[in-house]
Design a protein. Structure first.
Length: 89
């Protein structure tokens, strides 16, 4: 009976780990796209806007966007680490 319980628990962790991995990949892809396009917009804006005050505001907003994307990417990496740890157990 204990072997059965251990097997069922192992199966649950495996399913949870697969689900976590799948969700993580689905979130990571759009985050990567956001990071790339934030950098592209920053480069385009820097070349086309001459008003330094306006440019500073736009760059500040892009910096916030970039910081939030990085924060979410770190969170996803922690999520993957947890999922892998559950898989090992």
């Amino acid at each position: 009976e204990e072997l059965e319980h251990t097997f069922q628990r192992s199966m649950k962790y495996g399913i949870i780990s697969q689900l976590a991995s799948s969700i993580g990949h689905e979130i990571r892809n759009p985050l990567s796209s956001l990071a790339i396009h934030t950098e592209i917009v920053d480069n385009m804006v820097s070349k086309s806007i001459e008003d330094q005050a306006q440019l500073k505001k736009i760059r500040k907003s892009l910096g916030i966007l970039d910081s939030e994307v990085e924060r979410l990417q770190k969170l996803i990496n922690q999520f993957f680490t947890l999922a892998k740890a559950q898989q090992i157990q």
